[in-house]
Design a protein around this ligand. Structure first.
Ligand code: SAM
Length: 249
């Protein structure tokens, strides 16, 4: 029998096992270069959809005051354990990024590893950006990434086999919605000692043009759009698109 779980209930247990940690340091180097180019030295950072704090902890180690918010209690529980274990100074809140209630404002914000794929409607994307805008100090920079549809198509082409890590076997099943081509059902199927678990997430893909139009609806200035954490133009077949926005007023 397959046990089916809620959003990130199952995935939180395996999340850190299936991540490649080197990517988080590479992303940080890229983000720091954007800050440097803009002449911004942030003292504080808001990590939106922080998950298990894989980004947040790197910045906290550098002495930046980091706050993380996430909708999933399960992901935050894992983050809490890591914060205690490594004695990090990170504040965590179980909040949605559509309705941020924090007393502090921040010099910078991030939302990484295609957490924005959970935003299922254009209007919600605008609401999300407006919420982040409210939370930033003037000149504050917000950096987020988006996974283009083509990368799910690539995953779809090669995810028929189970991958084995640390006693866990898992595979992704990708199914495109037949009516709305921007929607994708992403299922994680995991096997531990022959017991099977699965969790399905519905996610949305956006085109570059749609994202630029969404950003234009907000008060943010678009300071850069990039291909896969590189200082090159985003391409149709990028693995990630990365956007840097600044609050100028
Ligand atoms: C793929 S994980 C990325 C986690 C982390 N940013 C990282 O880079 O490892 C996506 C995260 O988005 C969170 N999430 C989804 N919808 C959210 C919302 N409305 N508000 C806050 N977090 C949300 C999920 O709970 C999950 O932890």
């Amino acid at each position: 029998m397959i046990k089916t779980s809620e959003q990130y209930e199952l995935f939180s247990k395996f999340y850190d096992k299936v991540q490649k940690y080197s990517k988080y340091s590479e992303w940080k180097a890229f983000i720091e270069e954007i800050w440097r180019q803009q002449g911004v030295i942030p003292n504080s950072l808001l990590d939106l959809a922080c998950g298990t704090c894989n980004n947040a902890r790197l910045y906290a180690k550098d002495g930046i005051r980091v706050t993380g918010i996430d909708l999933s209690k399960n992901m935050l529980n894992i983050a809490e354990e890591k914060i205690k274990k490594h004695q990090l100074d990170i504040k965590l809140f179980n909040q949605s990024f559509y309705n941020i209630v924090l007393a502090d404002k921040f010099d910078s914000a991030i939302c990484l590893d295609f957490s924005t794929a959970h935003i299922l409607r254009r209007e919600e994307f605008i609401c999300f950006l407006n919420e982040v805008y409210q939370q930033l100090n003037i000149e504050g920079i917000f950096i987020f990434d988006v996974k283009p549809r083509i990368d799910y198509e690539r995953k779809f082409a090669k995810c028929s086999e189970f991958t084995k890590v640390n006693g866990l076997k898992y595979k992704w099943i990708i199914k495109f919605d037949e009516q709305d081509h921007s929607l994708v059902y992403v299922t994680l199927l995991a096997k531990i000692k022959e017991r099977e678990f699965q969790e399905q997430n519905l996610i949305k893909t956006y085109t570059l043009e749609e994202l630029k139009e969404i950003i234009a609806q907000t008060n943010f200035e678009l300071i850069g759009a990039y291909d896969n954490y590189q200082f090159t133009e985003p391409k149709e077949d990028s693995k990630f698109w990365v956007f840097a926005l600044q609050k100028n007023k």
